[in-house]
Design a protein around this ligand. Structure first.
Ligand SMILES: Nc1ncnc2c1ncn2[C@@H]1O[C@H](COP(=O)(O)OP(=O)(O)OP(=O)(O)O)[C@@H](O)[C@H]1O
Ligand SMILES: [Mg+2]
Length: 272
């Protein structure tokens, strides 16, 4: 409201393809933004709960979850959790989120549940500069809820042979959400993940993606880096686990590039 000058930016991290680096990006980009002085809320919107586990929140401690957030919680119940990273808070997920699609189905506001809470009841969850939503590997009702609530979408794309497969469908979904429910939604960018510079295929895929998608693709490329895959088992982001690792450095660069792009606020999706 008027006395609060903070403009929260809601960023959905989405790709219906599994295992492309959505959760790794949500955790490490979130941590990098928090380390840059921003207040960040990560919403784990995947029933797998990988972001919650990767940030060291045991299932037994997940009291206020993303399922609760979607189902009109009492104000007193709204409690995002602190993580080991200062200024990085979390709304964790539990397996009960897997029934959310079915449970929301009879509700005429089913596409807007996330927005109704995150945007319209934002003050209850505290002040954040960025809300990052880690989406499940599907274009289901959960992902649509994230897209309806979001200002923009960040798409991690794995450097592998079929990288572009499925992207058309995701772009079409973004366009249809924009047309029907959320006119401000745009694709913020596409980030290439798991890039292996010793593998020619990675270079070819990166070149191909850049040729097809041009300025949508971030200059920053996330390398394949074992520290990024080890960090979740130590319950911390890579930036805490090994600040000097190539993965941690890449996510800090990605955060800087994202911030620079947001300052320019170009509707890049119109280029595809
Ligand atoms: N840059 C990277 N280098 C090495 N390993 C990575 C990298 N990015 C992700 N991984 C590993 O790859 C696996 C898949 O990554 P992640 O869980 O982030 O993908 P996802 O898109 O969230 O998957 P899902 O679709 O199942 O939610 C994980 O084991 C993760 O640790
Ligand atoms: Mg994931």
């Amino acid at each position: 409201m008027s006395e609060d000058p903070v403009q929260t930016h809601v960023l959905a991290i989405a790709n219906q393809k599994g295992g492309v680096g959505k959760t790794t990006t949500a955790i490490n980009l979130g941590a990098a933004l928090a380390a840059s002085g921003f207040r960040v809320l990560l919403v784990d919107l995947d029933p797998q709960g990988n972001a919650s586990t990767g940030l060291g929140i045991p299932v037994s401690n997940r009291t206020f979850t993303s399922y609760d957030l979607l189902f009109d919680p009492e104000p007193a119940a709204v409690k995002p959790m602190d993580t080991s990273v200062p200024d990085l808070q979390l709304v964790p997920a539990t397996a009960d989120l897997s029934s959310a699609d079915v449970d929301m189905a009879p509700d005429p506001r089913r596409l807007h549940k996330m927005k109704d809470f995150l945007v319209d009841r934002a003050r209850e969850i505290g002040v954040h500069d960025y809300v990052l939503i880690d989406c499940p590997p599907s274009l289901n009702l959960l992902t649509i809820n994230a897209l309806v609530a979001a200002d923009s979408v960040l798409v991690p794309l794995q450097c592998e042979f079929f990288a572009l497969e499925g992207l058309t469908q995701l772009i079409r979904t973004v366009q249809s959400v924009r047309g029907a429910s959320n006119p401000r939604l745009r694709i913020q960018g596409i980030v290439l993940t798991m890039y292996d510079r010793r593998n020619n295929l990675s270079g070819q895929v990166a070149a191909d993606v850049r040729e097809n998608l041009g300025a949508l693709v971030y200059e920053t490329v996330i390398p394949r880096n074992v520290r990024l895959s080890e960090a979740p088992s130590h319950a911390v982001p890579a930036i805490v686990y090994d600040r000097t690792s190539s993965g941690a450095i890449a996510y800090q660069k990605l955060a800087a590039e994202l911030l620079a792009r947001l300052r320019k606020e170009r509707p890049l999706v119109e280029q595809v």
